[in-house]
Design a protein around this ligand. Sequence first.
Ligand SMILES: [Fe+2]
Length: 270
Amino acid sequence: MQFIDTHNHVIPFVDDGADDWDVSLEMLLQAQEDGIVELVCTPHVLTSKELREEQRFIEKFEELKVRAKEAGISIKLHIGSELYVQPDFDFSCKLATLAQNGRYFLMEFPMSMIPPFVAQHFFNLFAKTHTPIIAHPERNGGIIGDIQKAYDFVKKGALLQVTAGSLLGVFGGQVRLIANQLMDANLVHIIATDAHDVTRRTLKLRQAYELVLEKWGPDRAEMLFWSNPRKIINGDEIDIGEPRELLPEMQFRPTLQTRLRSFFRKGSEY
Ligand SMILES: [Fe+2]
């Protein structure tokens, strides 16, 4: 089985991902060994100004492509970004949509909550032209506290990207539980690495793929690790199937400790 990754921080010197070129190349070598054949680099873009100054990201990306080729890495590389949520996005920027597909963009919320403007009017701003992919909802304090919000976002047109490590328990049992609940409710459309390094948050998908294969079957696994990532890169329509509402008894109540940990989480954890 081969995989496509649509969320990682493998480009060095642009965010809290790879520390240097050696780490970048080691991440790519791990990915290649794992079966990843294509990926979209998604550096954090925190502001509109940063998005307009995308050239500095593109230069590092071009250098990564050259260095990867020299190192014998054959993974096909694209660029996009992980946009920090804000009331407006400039979709004319190259980095705004994943692999310049013109339609799907990867977006993250603050880890501890969902800003009020998102519920009020956010989705109406671009619903006719662009589709947000919400990064790691299972790690967001607002969704952990009210998982039904995940269903509401999908009904408003968003897609949800769960992180492979969340299913494997890298971020603890509570995040794993939310990721499982989202999977059970058919509220996950793509699984990606969100890789930052070569030790804890790695550029690997196979272990999570095998878990999904065992628990949710081959069709689901193929869709989440291959065909949906392919459609996103191509800008093609994704069939979201029939998402289910999350019943009150499925609701996870975060402990005070969880909420505090989420609130004070450091940038490097993003
Ligand atoms: Fe990320």
